[in-house]
Design a protein around this ligand. Structure first.
Ligand SMILES: [Zn+2]
Ligand SMILES: [Zn+2]
Length: 402
C-alpha cells in the first residue's frame, strides 16, 4: 500500500498551514525575492528606503495536493485527486543567464520527483547542466537557474499614472502595430511632491492591482508575518486580543493540544500546528483546527493577512553578494475593510493562473534550444538527478533578480 492512500488528509487548511504547505521541501535558496523582467505589472516593494502600503487580495486557485512521501497526488476514497483552493499561485521560473531569457516551467506539481513531471525543456536544460557539473566536479556550466516562486495579487495603495511604453535604448514610443496607438503601463508615482509623472500630465488613478512574486526567502518572511497577525481579532477589530486555547481534530472535534497544559516543546508545537497530525482519538491524519478565544468579544475570529493594509519595503541584505534583499514589514493597519476609495475592480484578484501559466514547449525550444543528447541521462526526463525530491545544491548557480 502506498503511503498516503488512506490518510484522508483532505480537511481544510488555514492560511498559515496553506502558506507553509507551499514551501514543503522547497530548496534552500540563497537568493532574495525578485524575478526576471519578464512580465509587466509586476510589483516589488521599494528598496530605496521608501515604503508602500499594500493590501494582499486572496485568489482561489485549484491546486492538486501532493503527497511528498508517496511522490504522487493525494487521492480521496474514490480515487479522485484532492484539490485545494489556494489564495496564491506557486510556479517555477527558469532563467538562462547567457541568453538572458526566462520562462515558466511546465513540469507541473510532480515536477520535483524524478520521472514524474510533465515535459519541460527548461527543466531538462537545468538538470542537464546539473549532471554536467556533477560529472566535471565543477561549478560550470550554470547558465540555467531554477527558482520556485509564489505569487499573490496586491492592491498597491498609491497614485498610478498611465505612461506610454518607450524603448529603453532609443527612448521612442513602442506602438501597437494594429491600432497604431502606443502601449501603456500603469506606473506608480511618488506620494510626495515633484512627481515626474504628475508633472508630465499623465492620466492618474488611486491604487492599482499588481502581481507580487516572492522567492523562498521573502515567502518565508511573509508566512511568519502572517502568523503573527492571527493574534488580532477580525470580528471586533481589536489588536492582540486572540488567545489560542487548543488545537482540535477537524473530524472528531477532540482537542489534541491544550495550550494551558501541553508538554510539547515549541518546535513540536510548530510542527503540530502546521502539518497534518494524527488524531489520538479517531486516528485520522489531517490538519488541526485552531480553537481560539477573543478577550474582547464573544465571537472571536483570527485575522489573516487579507484583513490588513500592510506597510512594506525591502532592505538590502547586509554583506550579501549582488542585490539580495530582505522583506521588512513596518506595520499592519487593521484589521479593517479595504478603504472605500478603492472600487470593486480593485478588490478582485488577478488571473494569476493565466499570468503564470506554463510556457508552451515549442516556445521553450525557441527560447533555449533543444537539450543536447546526454550520455549520462537515463531517459527519465524532467526532474532527473534530483533524487528523493530534493534539489541539488544551488552553490555556484547564479542568483538573479533583486
Ligand atoms: Zn479525531
Ligand atoms: Zn474579538
Amino acid at each position: 500500500m502506498a503511503f498516503g492512500k488512506d490518510r484522508a488528509a483532505i480537511g481544510k487548511m488555514n492560511l498559515r498551514q496553506e502558506m507553509k504547505r507551499g514551501t514543503k521541501r522547497a530548496p534552500k535558496s540563497s537568493g532574495g525575492g525578485g524575478g526576471a523582467p519578464y512580465f509587466v505589472n509586476k510589483y516589488q516593494p521599494p528598496d530605496s528606503g521608501a515604503s508602500d502600503i499594500i493590501r494582499v487580495i486572496p485568489g482561489s486557485y485549484p491546486t492538486p495536493r501532493v503527497d511528498l512521501d508517496a511522490k504522487d497526488y493525494v487521492r480521496d476514497k474514490n480515487g479522485n485527486i484532492v484539490v485545494d483552493n489556494f489564495s496564491y499561485i506557486k510556479y517555477v521560473e527558469y532563467y538562462h543567464a547567457v541568453k538572458n531569457r526566462s520562462c515558466i516551467g511546465s513540469e507541473g506539481p510532480l515536477g520535483e520527483f524524478k520521472g514524474k513531471g510533465q515535459p519541460c525543456v527548461a527543466a531538462d536544460w537545468y538538470w542537464y547542466e546539473w549532471r554536467l557539473r556533477k560529472a566535471n566536479n565543477s561549478e560550470k556550466p550554470n547558465a540555467m537557474a531554477r527558482r520556485e516562486k509564489f505569487a499573490f495579487t496586491v492592491l498597491v495603495q498609491a497614485p498610478f499614472y498611465k505612461v506610454p511604453r518607450t524603448d529603453r535604448q532609443t527612448g521612442q514610443l513602442i506602438m501597437n502595430q494594429v491600432t497604431n496607438e502606443p502601449y501603456y503601463d500603469w506606473l506608480k508615482g511618488s506620494k510626495r511632491g515633484n512627481d515626474e509623472y504628475a508633472s508630465a500630465g499623465y492620466e492618474r488613478k488611486e491604487g492599482h492591482l499588481q502581481h507580487w512574486s516572492l522567492g523562498y526567502g521573502h515567502w518565508s518572511s511573509l508566512t511568519e508575518y502572517t502568523d503573527s497577525l492571527a493574534r488580532h481579532c477580525r470580528a471586533c477589530s481589536t489588536q492582540d486580543s486572540i488567545e489560542q486555547v487548543a488545537l482540535i481534530c477537524q473530524h472528531c472535534g477532540d482537542a489534541i493540544v491544550e495550550f494551558d497544559s501541553t508538554s510539547l516543546t515549541d518546535e513540536e508545537l510548530e510542527k503540530v500546528r502546521n502539518e497534518p497530525t494524527a488524531c489520538s482519538s479517531c486516528g485520522v491524519v489531517d490538519y488541526l483546527e485552531d480553537m481560539i478565544r477573543c478577550n474582547s468579544c464573544g465571537h472571536g475570529e483570527q485575522a489573516t493577512l487579507f484583513d490588513f493594509d500592510i506597510e512594506v519595503k525591502r532592505v538590502k541584505t547586509a554583506g550579501a553578494e549582488g542585490n539580495q534583499t530582505t522583506l521588512q514589514f513596518l506595520r499592519a493597519i487593521g484589521p479593517r475593510q479595504i478603504d472605500k476609495v478603492y472600487g470593486d475592480d480593485l478588490r478582485k484578484p488577478l488571473p494569476l493562473d493565466k499570468i503564470f501559466a506554463p510556457t508552451p514547449i515549442d516556445r521553450q525550444i525557441e527560447l533555449f534550444g533543444n537539450v543536447p543528447e546526454d550520455p549520462q541521462a537515463n531517459g527519465q526526463g524532467s526532474g532527473g538527478g534530483g533524487g528523493s525530491g530534493r534539489q541539488p545544491s544551488t552553490k555556484g548557480a547564479r542568483s538573479y533578480g533583486s
